[in-house]
Design a protein around this ligand. Structure first.
Ligand SMILES: Nc1ncnc2c1ncn2[C@@H]1O[C@H](COP(=O)(O)OP(=O)(O)OP(=O)(O)O)[C@@H](O)[C@H]1O
Ligand SMILES: [Mg+2]
Length: 444
């Protein structure tokens, strides 16, 4: 809506400005320029009339040695010029000139030249004295009347020019007022639009962050549920089934001892006893795999010491394990998350990287615990990462720990002086997963 209002205001104002400007141009062309040209022609006419007046004065004074007809050539020249000026004046006459004014000027000029012709006819007869009288009583009066009419037209032109200037000034004032109005209205529209936009964006962001919080909460709850379920099953397996199998084993051993030496029953009982022992071992290792009780009992460090060789054996990859720093205790709750991150990272190495080697580095830093899992396989960017649950869960666990989880392309033979061969597209440098957790979060 805001955008539409702003656009409409801009279009409306542009139309208005164009109309005002063309109005101004019209005023300028039709009135001011025309008036000026007309005034120039009127001044020319006045000039001609003045030179006629001077000539007539000399003719009346009669102190020249030559006859009146000698002025005829001068009169003819002025007549030609005057006719030309009148013709041009008519072409540029202002629009507000009345037809009466036009015809009055025309008629007066015609009558004047008629009178002049008559006077020169008298002078040629020759009747100089009568011609002079004609000039004095008729010609001069006509010339003066003409001159007055021209002056009046000049004054009229001047007045209408002043009026045009006034109107132009008014147009400028109006346009200026409209500019202020338009700018204010547009600014208000833009301001309102921006405010609305900001508000709706803020609402959207709030919704987004609420959703993301809910999602994170859900994921963390899922992780907690998963951990408690696994811990429960692991405990049940270890304690209940372990107890039962241990008891069965003990009873079988006792029964075997009671059976006669060398009898078939004794041999069978021993065999069942061995099967029970192997079932007990399997149950124990399954229990460890589901949730290493070691984590709570002997800590993260020794759990990893036990776990990494298991991975090597089960997944068939070489794991190079490096430990550094002064070890500090990590509580069971935190340790399970660190352990799961390593577990998932190594799972991904075996499943996705294509590499047969992995490096695990555990660093006890003064202020934090850092653990890295690196491979030199095809790397993350080398293929379109399909969304799985593993990475999400890793991130959530890092968040639960208050730590930072990073996925970076593995550097070239960073700590083991090896050259990593990149893929043909130059991307295959492998993957480095790094988890760093502040020490105080692990000890709490
Ligand atoms: N070390 C790695 N090397 C190459 N690609 C990897 C690596 N780790 C993860 N990926 C890519 O990231 C994707 C997402 O991994 P993620 O662990 O989230 O899912 P997943 O392993 O496919 O399934 P899940 O872990 O849920 O069983 C993988 O499908 C894989 O393409
Ligand atoms: Mg995975």
């Amino acid at each position: 809506m805001g955008l539409i209002i702003t656009l409409v205001a801009v279009i409306g104002y542009s139309g208005y400005s164009i109309r005002q400007i063309s109005g101004l141009r019209e005023l300028q062309n039709n009135l001011v320029d025309r008036n000026r040209k007309d005034s120039l022609q009127l001044l020319r006419i006045q000039n001609d009339l003045n030179s006629l007046a001077l000539a007539m004065r000399d003719m009346i004074d009669n102190d020249e040695p030559y006859p009146l007809t000698a002025w005829s050539a001068q009169f003819q020249r002025v007549r030609t010029d005057l006719d030309d000026a009148l013709r041009r004046e008519q072409q540029v006459a202002p629009v507000n000139r009345t037809p009466e004014q036009e015809s009055y000027l025309q008629n007066s000029v015609t009558q004047f030249w008629d009178a002049v012709d008559r006077t020169f006819a008298l002078a040629r007869v020759p009747n100089q004295a009568q011609a002079r009288t004609q000039i004095r009583i008729s010609l001069r009066a006509r010339q003066e009347a003409l001159s007055t009419a021209v002056s009046r037209l000049l004054v009229q032109n001047n007045e209408s020019e002043e009026q045009a200037a006034l109107r132009i000034g008014q147009i400028y004032d109006r346009v200026q007022r409209q500019v202020y109005l338009f700018v204010t209205a547009t600014l208000i529209a833009i301001l309102l639009t921006s405010l609305t936009l900001i508000r709706s964006n803020r609402r959207l962001f709030a919704q987004l962050s609420a959703l993301s919080e809910q999602r994170s909460e859900l994921a963390q709850k899922l992780i907690a549920t998963q951990e408690s379920t696994l811990r429960h099953i692991s405990r049940e397996l270890h304690d209940e089934f372990g107890q039962i199998l241990t008891a069965v084993g003990a009873m079988l051993t006792r029964a075997g001892k009671r059976a006669p030496e060398g009898s078939e029953l004794r041999a069978e009982l021993r065999e069942i006893c061995e099967i029970t022992q192997s079932a007990l071992d399997k149950v124990r290792s399954l229990s460890q795999a589901l949730h290493p009780v070691m984590l709570e009992e002997t800590g993260l460090e020794s759990t990893l010491d036990w776990y990494l060789p298991v991975v090597e054996r089960q997944a068939g990859i070489d794991v190079f394990y490096e430990k550094s720093g002064e070890p500090f205790p990590v509580n069971g709750n935190a340790a399970i998350h660190v352990y799961r991150v390593v577990q998932e990272a190594l799972n991904n190495v075996t499943r996705h990287s294509g590499a047969r080697e992995a490096w695990v580095r555990l660093r006890f830093l003064p202020q934090a615990l850092e653990i890295e899992v690196e491979d030199h396989g095809k790397g993350f960017e080398a293929q379109a990462a399909t969304p799985g649950i593993g990475l999400v869960a890793m991130r959530e666990r890092a968040e639960l720990l208050g730590g930072i989880l990073e996925f970076v392309p593995a550097a070239r033979g960073e700590s083991h002086g090896e050259e990593v061969i990149a893929n043909a597209d130059g991307t295959g440098r492998g993957t480095l997963v790094r988890l760093r957790v502040p020490r105080e979060k692990l000890e709490a």
